[in-house]
Write a protein that binds this ligand. Structure first.
Ligand SMILES: *Cc1c(COP(=O)(O)O)cnc(C)c1O
Length: 413
């Protein structure tokens, strides 16, 4: 019997023994002396690769001072610095940061902030959210309630989740249908809507759907027109994944609330940041305080490693690295064709092959491991989201393994 309960995994039978001993750059070194190129950077978070000397150094320095202190009633230099930095690099509408410990929690914080905001404005009836089908916002109850209710991973819980509104998402070249749907919904229900929550430009875990920046501009206009908050979940898209520091930079728009996670600490420690506008922040003055406070919020180690991560991103001009990865994905992954393949898509440092049926990808992971690559497809999606330090040769290998899967003669060797 297994001691460790793995995520999203049927624990009935034995699972492959893969114990990671260490990591170095894009490589995972396993106990059995096998090394794998990580093509998904540990759920897209380890953007600088593993065991980065500068990130290690930042942690070592901070650990000598203090590893943790509560944020209730005191602050500390790392959290002050990180809040300042995040406010500086995010859209100008966002001037206040609430820290928490995971993307899901960051989403819960955003939803609660929005709900309390409307209570503060004496409009407590605005307590529903609009979300996009194919969206994914996390695994906690509130986050599940705004994630895709049918196709997503949470349909098991649909009977107990709060009911919100879902609209069809835009696609690469079709946004009007979605916007018309949203316009209609806002006209009919606007007085009960607290906000719309969406992943800008790239809906990640819900189906790797890519859409046009102009959609975001229209969304923001509709939000302003109907008095609902615009909440952008950049847990996956933040820190360069779509080709700009944040996906909203490509529109550009000023969200009312924005959530960061995953790449925030370079994948070193669990941390999320929920940023809010001054309008939202000041609505709490002389009212009930914001009722949330994770024990480990603003952890000094996480703050320091996040600061160092952002510094490296800027100094080593990561946007150029990401542009190179995008160009290579477009050149090598987009043209892959096979009858089992429905579509291939690339945006920034993300490339996905969507297949006709999930069964097509059964056994892929073992195949990739044999080839020296770590990838974890789910559903009908075989994707890569590499660390931005991945070299051209390494990325070519990742893409080649994705491609070879579809050519049986190579697979059976
Ligand atoms: C991963 C993800 C989350 C949840 O983050 P966790 O750290 O896993 O809780 C939320 N939103 C988006 C867009 C994500 O990709």
């Amino acid at each position: 019997m297994h001691n460790i309960w793995l995520p999203y995994t049927d624990m009935t039978s034995s699972i492959p023994e893969r114990t990671v001993r260490s990591g170095e750059g894009v490589y995972l070194h396993l106990d059995n002396k096998i090394s794998l190129i990580d093509g998904i950077s540990s759920w897209w978070s380890v953007i600088h690769g593993y065991n980065h000397p500068k990130l290690n150094g930042a942690l070592q320095k901070q650990i000598e001072k203090i590893s943790h202190v509560m944020l209730g009633g005191v602050t500390h230099e790392p959290v002050i610095q990180l809040a300042e930095k995040l406010i500086q690099i995010t859209p100008s509408s966002l001037n206040h940061v609430f820290f928490s410990d995971s993307g899901s929690t960051g989403v819960e914080v955003a939803l609660k902030m929005a709900l309390q905001y409307w209570k503060n404005k004496n409009q407590a009836q605005k307590n529903k959210f609009i979300a996009l089908k194919k969206g994914y916002h996390g695994d906690t109850l509130g986050a599940m309630s705004v994630s895709d209710p049918e196709e997503g991973m949470h349909s098991l819980f649909s009977d107990i989740l709060p009911r919100h509104f879902f609209i069809n998402p835009p696609s690469k070249d079709q946004a009007t249908k979605s916007l018309d749907e949203l316009g209609g919904l806002l006209k009919a229900q606007g007085s009960t809507i607290a906000g719309i929550i969406l992943e800008p430009l790239l809906q990640a875990a819900g189906g790797f759907n890519i859409y046009n920046p102009s959609y975001l501009i229209e969304i923001k206009k509709l939000c302003a027109l109907h008095g609902v908050l615009c909440i952008t979940d950049e847990v996956a898209t933040g820190f360069g994944r779509t080709g700009t520091l944040f996906a909203v930079n490509q529109a550009p728009i000023d969200p009312d609330i924005m959530i960061l996670g995953k790449g925030l600490t370079g994948g070193y420690l669990g941390m999320a940041a929920t940023l809010a506008s001054t309008e939202i922040f000041t609505s709490f003055f002389h009212k009930s305080p914001f009722m949330h406070g994770p024990t480990f919020m603003g952890n000094p180690l996480a703050c320091k490693v996040a600061l160092k991560s952002i510094e490296i991103f800027e100094e080593e001009r990561y946007l150029l690295k990401i542009a190179r990865i995008e160009a290579q994905l477009k050149a090598e992954l987009l043209p892959i064709q096979h009858p089992d393949i429905l579509d291939t898509r690339v945006l920034g440092a993300m490339g996905v092959i969507e297949v006709q049926k999930a069964s097509v990808l059964e056994g892929f992971q073992d195949f990739a491991v044999k080839e020296g690559v770590w990838l974890r497809p789910f559903g009908r999606y075989l994707y890569t989201m590499p660390a931005y330090i991945m070299t051209e040769e390494e990325l070519t290998k990742v893409i080649r393994v994705m491609k070879d899967w579809f050519y049986k003669e190579k697979r059976d060797v």
